[in-house]
Write a protein that binds this ligand. Structure first.
Ligand SMILES: Nc1ncnc2c1ncn2[C@@H]1O[C@H](COP(=O)(O)OP(=O)(O)OP(=O)(O)O)[C@@H](O)[C@H]1O
Ligand code: SF4
Ligand SMILES: [Mg+2]
Length: 334
């Protein structure tokens, strides 16, 4: 394994045994995160972005959610550690969560506890992971609130989440996630609830902190423009599977998969005389998937085989891969 790989996800399968049927939320997903890079993960709602991150954090919702196969290997220690073999609440896993891999959750209000001040929450996380005493943990909490650009951190440290605006809560979440200097930050829709000005500030802040701490970022969003500004490489997900992987330039200028092309067409072109064309149809019910390629019902390039057999992943170049029958004849990867 190359020394610059921090995290490796191999053939991950995370399923939910729901009453309505089996949902393969993450279905045979493989990718790597390099040290210091930002990897973008994009896809429409319900395609498995959050479940992929929760699997890495070993926080798949119980009892319905189960990691049924694959491996998640963390390379940040001297020896590789396979996360799926660890109990979610074990000491090793809690050590990784917080000290090594931190996550900004999609819903700030659900992950900030309303009955504790923001300072108490950051201090709790600092004390848990870094064995600091109260005075040092409070100083660290104020330092983090300052670092994420909150005004009057000495005052905010004693405020409750409901006393803050959405943008401020998001900054608190980022401060909490970064308080232990993680080497991987998983940011799940970190700016969706914010207006564009605050969004730009938060994204800038994440980039600044990335440089400062040399951390890797997994940036999850349904917004390709945000991905374009932040990421070096991109993974495009649909119905629990990876449809395309590529460098950012190839995603925008040389995308190979009809689903990626559909997402790109649906970005409004500011100032250009180009109409927004949403992808026709909707994401299928994960308990009632079509046979063949899951994108076939919405794909304007579908061929006969697409309705019958699932396409393998093809290697277009060393970096760019596409799971699509249009590339039949190229090297098959799975
Ligand atoms: N707690 C849960 N219980 C049961 N099924 C779940 C649960 N969480 C997710 N799922 C299933 O897994 C699928 C993938 O969900 P996930 O949250 O990963 O989507 P997402 O790509 O993050 O979407 P969004 O863009 O809306 O956040 C969902 O369609 C849903 O069927
Ligand atoms: S495999 Fe066929 S249906 Fe699926 S994206 Fe490619 S061309 Fe479209
Ligand atoms: Mg999500």
């Amino acid at each position: 394994m190359s020394a610059n790989i921090l995290l490796e996800v191999n053939s991950l399968k995370t399923y939910f045994h729901n009453e309505v049927g089996l949902v393969k939320a993450v279905d045979n997903v493989s990718f790597k995160v390099k040290k210091g890079e930002t990897l973008g993960i994009v896809g429409e709602s319900g395609c498995g972005k959050s479940v992929t991150s929760l699997s890495i954090m070993n926080l798949v919702p119980q009892p319905r959610g189960v990691i049924e196969g694959g491996e998640i290997i963390y390379h940040g220690y001297d020896n590789p550690l396979e996360i799926t073999t660890l109990n979610s609440q074990s000491r090793d896993m809690r050590n990784i969560r917080g000290n090594r891999i931190a996550m900004i959750f999609q819903e700030p209000m659900t992950s900030l506890n309303p009955v504790y001040t923001v300072g108490e929450q950051i201090m709790e996380s600092v004390r848990l992971h870094q064995k600091r005493d109260n005075i040092k943990a409070r100083a660290r909490a104020i330092e983090m609130l300052k670092l994420v650009g909150l005004p009057a951190p000495e005052q905010i440290v004693d405020e409750y989440p409901h006393e803050l605006s959405g943008g401020m809560r998001q900054r608190v979440m980022i401060g909490m996630a970064l308080s232990c200097n993680p080497d991987l930050l998983i940011a799940d829709e970190p700016t969706t609830a914010l207006d564009v000005t605050i969004e730009a500030q938060i994204l800038d802040l994440m980039e600044e902190l990335q440089d400062e701490f040399n951390m890797s970022i997994m940036l999850i969003t349904h917004d390709l423009e945000v991905i374009g500004e932040m990421s070096e490489r991109v993974i495009v997900m649909y119905t629990g599977k990876i449809m395309e992987k590529a460098n950012i330039d190839d995603i925008f200028h040389n995308s190979k998969h009809p689903y990626t092309q559909g997402l790109l067409n649906s970005i409004p072109q500011i100032g250009a005389n180009k109409r927004l064309i949403p992808i026709e149809g909707s994401v299928p019910d994960l308990t009632d998937l079509p046979s063949g390629c899951y994108f076939a019902p919405r794909c304007n390039q579908a061929k006969e085989i697409c309705w019958v057999d699932e396409p393998p992943e093809y290697s277009i170049t060393e970096v760019q891969k596409a799971k699509c029958w249009l590339y039949d004849g190229k090297e098959e990867l799975s």
